[in-house]
Write a protein that binds this ligand. Structure first.
Ligand code: FCB
Length: 463
């Protein structure tokens, strides 16, 4: 038996998506290729060669999708802008057709009383900017800030919540470290440089947008992990310190405290001398924010290497973890999602309390949380009880954090609908709405009805 849990009356209930994962219309309306178009069209890089060319065809069906959001009672919708729809090629003026698409989307959301929450960059760098060097190049930060200003100018009269970057860890360390994500490169130093320039672009964008509209809510979304050592040994504790350093503190410390953590700089000393950091960068990067977005999915349990034992294939070099390639990621045998990610709701409480304790006090939002499971359509219905259980457990964790004083202001389920799960293509389903990719039929799953009920009662029912 669990108790009924009621959330604060202003709690923002939402769902999230990202442009390349849902829009399709890849060559329409003046849009030009991003690194994800190039990556997904390169044979062998995505599951079954899937691409985002059509995805959920949201570009043409956004009005239907907004109707479904309204039926669920969503208070907010977090989506990202396709940079190359707004600014083809990543330079020059805006593309009126691209701006028009997003203005229509935003207007329709507002007509349905759904607060639009814009992410400026969810991983789709314009291909010409990658050809020029991509995020390891300092100039890309400036290009991003220019684009951010254009996009904010085009939509800032009707959108007040702005996120600069989604999960810069993935852009830097999956994009340039292991190469599992676009642009698919494996160069440890470039990954660290990319991380820095992503944060610099974020800071420049925040400064410019703040100047134009100091009243807007501005933040960044970080994917934070609970990290723990497998055993109570000094060697495992060091493994946990290293992975916490790269996954969490590499971004939290510069953005919120204005400095790189010295132990992480030391861990990376074989990889880079940090000469790419220039005077004044850290002030720009740590420009104060009004909100922090956190994406939470799972916990990393790590250990020191055992001689003669190979690390698990997913984590093998080329690595996501420059300078700490030796760390072992271990599984505990607890239930996992279809991504093989361990389900760990207490980790979410840990992350929220830690951020609140160790960093300047900011309003926090869970900007993504959710789970992939193998869904079956039976008689036109999808009864995704595992996903409901996942959401329920994590919302209980949110409530625990709020009760302990964490200023958590909202929660965005990932995802509104099934979509293109990056290198996994369409083989992983995270949605509360099922998508039949042949017919584009939308079918709300049990989780969509369950979430609608949560929103209606502003909390969780007793069980
Ligand atoms: C996050 C991404 C999001 C989605 C989920 C499952 O890392 O931000 O686009 O892929 O994972």
């Amino acid at each position: 038996m669990t108790n009924e849990l009621i959330f604060p009356s202003t709690f923002l209930w939402g769902a999230a998506t990202a442009a390349y994962q849902i829009e399709g219309g890849a060559t329409e309306g003046g849009r030009t290729p991003s690194i994800w178009d190039t990556f997904s069209h390169t044979p062998g890089l995505t599951k079954q060669g899937h691409t985002g060319d059509v995805a959920c065809d949201h570009y043409h069906r956004f009005r239907d999708d907004i109707k479904l959001m309204a039926e669920m009672g969503l208070k907010s919708y977090r989506f990202s802008l396709s940079w190359t729809r707004i600014q083809p090629g990543g330079v020059g003026p805006v593309n009126p057709e691209g701006v028009d698409f997003y203005q229509r989307l935003v207007d329709d959301l507002l007509e349905h009383d759904i607060e639009p929450w814009v992410t400026l960059y969810h991983w789709d760098l314009p291909q010409p900017l990658q050809d020029a060097g991509g995020w390891p190049l300092r100039d890309t930060a400036e290009r991003f800030a220019d684009y951010a200003v254009l996009a904010h100018h085009a939509l800032g009269d009707r959108v007040r919540y702005w996120t600069t970057l989604n999960e810069p860890w993935c852009s830097a360390f999956l994009g340039y470290g292991s190469g599992a994500h676009a642009p698919g490169l494996s160069d440890p130093e470039a990954a660290v440089q990319a991380g820095h320039h992503l944060m610099l672009g974020h800071g420049l964008a925040v400064r410019a947008i703040k100047e134009a509209r100091p009243d807007h809510d501005l933040g960044i979304t970080l994917n934070l992990y609970a990290v723990s050592p497998q055993r109570d040994t000094a060697a495992d504790a060091d493994a946990a310190r290293r992975i916490d350093g790269l996954a969490n503190r590499f971004f939290l410390d510069p953005i919120l405290l204005g400095e790189y953590p010295p132990d992480v700089v030391e861990d990376l000393s074989q990889v880079t001398d940090f000469k790419h950091v220039r005077d004044g960068d850290m002030e720009i990067i740590s420009t104060p924010l009004s909100v922090l977005g956190i994406n939470y999915y799972s916990r990393h349990v790590v250990a020191a290497p055992i001689e003669g034992v190979e690390p698990e294939p997913y984590w093998r070099a080329p690595s996501n973890w420059p300078g700490s390639e030796h760390v072992r990621f271990v599984t505990r045998g607890v239930p996992v999602t279809d991504m093989n990610w361990e389900i760990d709701a207490p980790g979410l409480v840990e992350v929220l309390e830690r951020v609140h304790r160790e960093y300047p006090k900011l309003p926090l939002y869970i900007t993504e949380n959710g789970a992939a499971f193998v869904d079956e359509v039976v008689d036109g219905e999808v009864d995704d009880i595992d996903r409901v259980a996942y959401f329920d457990a994590h919302l209980r964790a949110c409530h625990t954090a709020i009760s302990s004083g964490v200023p958590l202001r909202g929660y965005f389920a990932w995802s509104l609908m099934d979509n293109f799960e990056w290198a996994w293509g369409y083989t992983k389903r995270f949605g509360m709405i099922h998508i039949d990719y042949d017919s584009q039929l939308r079918t709300p799953k049990s989780s969509a009805r369950w979430y609608a009920d949560v929103i209606r009662r502003n909390g969780l029912a007793a069980q």
